[in-house]
Design a protein around this ligand. Structure first.
Ligand code: B12
Length: 471
C-alpha cells in the first residue's frame, strides 16, 4: 500500500508552491524570453493579440507603461466590433456584413475577456462583451448539436467557457455537458493531436469546479474529468519529456499547475525540463505567449488572483529585430508535392517538382520560389493569423473552414529524392481513392510539421507535402 488516500489528497496543500516553478537556474532565460515578447509587443505594425497581453500580465516582472499601452491598443481593436449591445446586432450585421457564414469569434473574444480580468488595476468589462461571448458560445453549442462539432472548434469553445468562469459568470449546464461528452468520446482532437484542446477544456472544468459555479454533482464530474485529462497527458509524455509536441507541452503544464498535480506528478518536472531545453523553438510572439505563463509557474486560472501591488516594474523590452540572423550562404533543393486525396479531386498527386532555394529558405520561401518559377503551374494563397501566414489555397483549391478542410503540411524525412517512383501517403488512409503510383511507404515516414509555412526551414533534399485533408 502506498500513502493513504487522505494524505495524497492533502499533499498539494502542504508542499511549498515553489516546486511548481521552473528551477532557479533558468530565471535568466525566462526573463530574456519575457523581454523579447515585450519587445515584439512594442512593434506598432503588429496587430495586438490578447494572448500576448495575457502572457505579459502573467509574468513575474513587468513594464507597466508598455503593458498599459498594449491594453489600450487591444481595447481599440475590440471596441469596434464588440462595443455595441447584442440588440444592435442585426443592424451591425447588415452594416458590416458579418455574414452568417463566418464562424463566431468565440476564441478571440474569450482571450480578450481573460486579458481584461488580468489588468491592473482590475478592469470591469463592459456588459456587452460578456453578452457577446455568451451569444457566440450558444452559437457554437447549437452548431455542435447540429453538426457534431462547434462552429469554431473545441479549443475556442473551451476558452469561451473558461473566460466566462474566470469572470464568475454562469454557463448553462447543457453547454458544459457538451464538453464533457466530447472529452468522454475522444472528440477533442484534430489530426491525431488533442493535447492543447484537452488542456484548455480541463482548465475550464477546474475553474467551474473551484469557483463553485455548478452544483455538487456536476462539480464532482468535472473534477474527475480534469483529473482524467491530467492523467492521460502524463501518460502521453514521451521519453524526451514532451507531451504531444513542443507547442502543446506548455498547455499540459498549465493543467498540472491548475489542478495542483504539479507538486506530485513527475511528468511536470520532465516536461518543464523539455521546455527549457527547447526554448529556441518559441521564436514567434504567438508561441512565446503560449509558453511564458508556465515558465513563470502560472496558468490561466491565476488570472483572477494577481496582486497588482506586488508587481515589480523591472522588465525592459529586448529589440528583437536587432537579433535577426544574417542569411546563411549557399542553396538547397526541396521536393514540393501537392496531394488531394479527397473523393472529389480529379487526381491524387497534383504537383511534384524540385524547387531550388537559398539555404536559409522557409517553406513559405519555397512556395514563393515555385510560384515564381512556374506561375501557370503553381499558385497559393495565405491568410494572416496571429500564428503567422495560414495556407488557405493551393493550385486554385481552397480549403474551406465550413467543410473542415485544410492544407496539411507534411514532411517525408526518411525517403530519398526519387522523382516519380513513390507515392507519399499513408496507405489506406483515404478509403476508395486510387493510390497510384505507390511504393510501400510506411505510415511513420510521413510526419506532420509542428510549425507553419513561415517558420519551417526544410533541409536540403527534403520532401514536403501539401495535402488537402479533413480535420
Ligand atoms: C484548431 C487548430 C487547427 C485547425 C484550425 C481550423 C479551425 N477553423 O479551427 C486546423 C486543423 C485547420 C489546424 C491546422 C494546422 N495547425 Co493548428 N491548431 C489549432 C488549435 C488547436 C486551436 C487554434 C485556435 O482556434 N486558436 C484560438 C483562436 C482565437 O486564435 P486564432 O489565431 O484566431 O486561430 C486561428 C489560427 O490559429 C489558425 N491556425 C490554426 N492552426 C494554425 C497553425 C499555423 C501555423 C497558423 C499560421 C495558423 C493556424 O486557425 C485558427 C482558427 O481560425 C491550435 C492550438 C494552440 N495552442 O493554439 C493549433 C496550432 C496553432 N496548430 C498548429 C499547427 C502546427 C498546425 C498545422 C501547421 C499542422 C500541419 N502540420 O498541417 C496546420 C496549419 C497548416 C496551414 N494550412 O497553414 C500549432 C502551431 C505551432 C506553431 N509553431 O506555431 C498549434 C499551436 C498546435 C500545436 N500544439 O502544435 N489547426
Amino acid at each position: 500500500m502506498g500513502l493513504p488516500l487522505v494524505l495524497l489528497l492533502l499533499l498539494p496543500a502542504v508542499l511549498p508552491a515553489r516546486c511548481c516553478e521552473p528551477p532557479e537556474g533558468s530565471a535568466g532565460a525566462v526573463r530574456a524570453l519575457s523581454a523579447r515578447l515585450l519587445g515584439l509587443a512594442g512593434v506598432p505594425e503588429r496587430d495586438p493579440d490578447p494572448a500576448v497581453y495575457l502572457a505579459l500580465r502573467l509574468a513575474r516582472e513587468h513594464h507597466p507603461r508598455l503593458e498599459r499601452r498594449y491594453l489600450e491598443r487591444l481595447q481599440e481593436a475590440f471596441q469596434h466590433p464588440f462595443g455595441r449591445s447584442l440588440q444592435d446586432h442585426g443592424r451591425w450585421d447588415a452594416e458590416h456584413s458579418m455574414s452568417a457564414a463566418e464562424p463566431p469569434h468565440t476564441g478571440r473574444l474569450a482571450l480578450y475577456l481573460l486579458g481584461l480580468r488580468a489588468t491592473c488595476p482590475t478592469h470591469r468589462p463592459h456588459r456587452s462583451l460578456v453578452t457577446w461571448l455568451k451569444y457566440y458560445l450558444e452559437e457554437d453549442w447549437t452548431g455542435s448539436r447540429r453538426h457534431g462539432h462547434p462552429l469554431t472548434n473545441y479549443y475556442q469553445y473551451g476558452l469561451g467557457v473558461l473566460a466566462l468562469c474566470v469572470h464568475h459568470k454562469r454557463v448553462r449546464e447543457e453547454v458544459i455537458r457538451r464538453l464533457l461528452t466530447a472529452q468522454h468520446h475522444g472528440r477533442l482532437g484534430h489530426s491525431g493531436s488533442a493535447v492543447d484542446t484537452e488542456a484548455v477544456v480541463a482548465l475550464a472544468f477546474t475553474c467551474l469546479e473551484r469557483r463553485r459555479l455548478v452544483g455538487t454533482e456536476l462539480a464532482a464530474e468535472l473534477r474527475a474529468a480534469a483529473h482524467r485529462a491530467s492523467r492521460s497527458m502524463a501518460e502521453a509524455q514521451g521519453p524526451d519529456g514532451i507531451i504531444g509536441n513542443i507547442y502543446s507541452t506548455p498547455w499540459a503544464l498549465q493543467v498540472f499547475l491548475a489542478t495542483g498535480m504539479c507538486q506530485t506528478e513527475p511528468a511536470f518536472g520532465h516536461a518543464m525540463a523539455a521546455l527549457l531545453d527547447n526554448l529556441e523553438a518559441f521564436s514567434t510572439a504567438a508561441t512565446m505567449a503560449q509558453v511564458l505563463p508556465v515558465l513563470h509557474g502560472r496558468s490561466y486560472l491565476d488570472i483572477a488572483s494577481l496582486h497588482c501591488q506586488e508587481e515589480p516594474d523591472t522588465l525592459t523590452p529586448l529589440d528583437v529585430e536587432a537579433l535577426a540572423e544574417g542569411a546563411s550562404p549557399g542553396s538547397k533543393t526541396v521536393q514540393l508535392v501537392v496531394e488531394c486525396p479527397l473523393p472529389w479531386c480529379y487526381d491524387l498527386k497534383l504537383y511534384d517538382r524540385l524547387v531550388p532555394v537559398p539555404a536559409a529558405a522557409s517553406l513559405l520561401d519555397v512556395l514563393q520560389a515555385a510560384a515564381a518559377l512556374e506561375p501557370h503551374d503553381f499558385s497559393f494563397h495565405t491568410q494572416d493569423t496571429f500564428q503567422g501566414p495560414f495556407l488557405t489555397e493551393v493550385l486554385g483549391l481552397e480549403a474551406r473552414q465550413k467543410k473542415r478542410n485544410y492544407w496539411q503540411l507534411l514532411t517525408a524525412p526518411n525517403i530519398s529524392l526519387q522523382m516519380g517512383e513513390w507515392w507519399v501517403g499513408v496507405p489506406g488512409e483515404v478509403a476508395g481513392v486510387p493510390h497510384s503510383p505507390m511504393a510501400a511507404v510506411s505510415p511513420q515516414t510521413v510526419v506532420p510539421l509542428s510549425t507553419g509555412i513561415a517558420d519551417y526551414r526544410p533541409q536540403d533534399k527534403e520532401i514536403l507535402i501539401l495535402r488537402l485533408s479533413e480535420w
